[in-house]
Design a protein around this ligand. Sequence first.
Ligand code: NAG
Ligand code: NAG
Length: 589
Amino acid sequence: MSEPSLRKRKAQLSRPDSNIEPSKPAVTQEKSRDYRRIIYAVCLLSVAAFIYQYPEVIEKLLNEWLGFSEDDATIDGSNSDSIVDFSADVAKQNAVVEAFKHAWLAYERDAMGDDEYHPISRKGTNLTEAGGIGYTVVDSIDTMLIMGLTGEYARSRHWVANKMTFDRDANFNTFETTIRVLGGLLSAYHLSGQDSIYLEKAKELADRILPTFDTPSGLPLSQVNLGLRKGVYDSDYPGLVSTAEVSTIQLEFRYLAHLTDEDIYWEKAEHVMAVIKAARMPHGLVSIFMNAVEGKFATSAIRLGSRGDSYYEYLLKQYLQTNQTENVYREMYDDTMTAIHNHLIQQSPTTKMTYTSELVPERNQQGQISWRLTPKQDHLVCFLGGSLMLGATKTGATVHKISIPPKPRELTKEGLRDWKSGVELVKTCMRTYDTATGLAPEIVHFRIPSDGMEVSALAPMDWYIKGAKHGAPAVYDARYILRPETIESLFIAFRLTGDKRYRDDGWRIFQSIQKHCRVGTGGYASIINVDQNPAEQEDKMETFLMSETLKYLYLLFSDADVLPLDEYVFNTEGHPLPIFNPTIRTGFS
Ligand SMILES: *[C@@H]1O[C@H](CO)[C@@H](O)[C@H](O)[C@H]1NC(C)=O
Ligand SMILES: *[C@@H]1O[C@H](CO)[C@@H](O)[C@H](O)[C@H]1NC(C)=O
């Protein structure tokens, strides 16, 4: 309808010009040419001024010109009005459930109640001499509930009710115990239809952890003696605590406060965020260590990987957990995502893979600190792709209900930026699975011009495993320890786009795990070199295989109304907790 009328207007406009020109005498033609020059210059200047003042308008026009803003166009240019198919892929789900049972039943047979499992020697071990605290059992319960494994669930519940105790006189990691055991109990409580045994145990555990917050700054100490109810400094890092560890207990303590109406859990966890906010560094990023006495950042690396990762994850999730009512987290998140884009997100030289770097502080002879950008990315960082996409649809939305997949006009400039980076980071993480085993290494490095490496067999691609040599013993970075982060991002990406490609990617990873990590006699093992096929296994089955890796795979193939992202946040160990409107107000801003 609009096309013909547009053409008509153009035709009318051009007519006067062509009529007037020939009738003008020669002298005035000279003059009018000068005039025209001036008018052109004025026009050009006004356009330039306009672009300078309103860059968004131009960007929008450009986007429209690129075909983005058509009502039915989506960000990757596909047509979204075709109905997104979220129906479960039952055959693949069943395969994942079979894998879960293969892992669980071996553990139950050989090591029930022990904290950790070693599938090759078919033995369990505990984290401390003082005895187990239900690390593996509690980490697995909600997955059983989600998968509908009633027999396995009943036996696990029985163990929790009758065997589990936290009266262990030994030091446990505060953060790990919170995310795995406290998080697992809270999720089990919710998913079991409020079976009170889990809430009682959760409360008891939280009370034993509370004394770790009794430091001058209020930052919790990294270890807790559960039996003595006492916080303990990490002797390897005197006086210091990890930023990610102190800032990744909030979802758990806040939900417990909501359930019990006891403000203390809320206040202790929230105070940590206030300390971090006050300690802000000029660039808006955080270092991986903080001083537990002063509550300030200690000079240390800045990264999205270990000891940094879930700080960024929980900024968003705290905002989502209380139904987007606490603006302070949104502000911190917005600020931080801009900082990440300004300082850490990079592109590889040849194939333009989007990746994240680390900033490592270096002190020169005068004692001044400079920051060296290091192109190293932990597998742990692969949570970020999905997190950025989720964040874009929540903090970067211009409409109340965003489409699946989002349309560019439904996102703010920052939302669009985060969405695109998220999509690219998921792609990059998938490309790190392009190895001999189809599994990704623990740590990858990306090529930069100053690395001095020739393009050779050693570094054939834009990324490589540092120090890996053919035929030499495997380096630490080359292992795959059943990590979930990429699959977690695939799950979120699928829920937000309905793009079947993400299910295909997840299925490929699952098949590689089946091929290389599965132990014939039961359980799954880590492998020590992703570039060696057949792979050599290592005698360890991390608990996050059952709490995260297999859960996210199962959910990837589920119908989208199983644990919808509008109603749940997943803690960093994959334990889903319901979103709620807060009744507690403590005034942190
Ligand atoms: C782990 O702790 C539990 C509880 O004290 C104990 O029964 C079990 O034997 C311990 N396992 C190992 C391998 O020591
Ligand atoms: C979240 O807030 C919206 C209103 O903004 C409300 O409709 C919804 O029920 C709330 N969700 C929960 C879980 O409280």
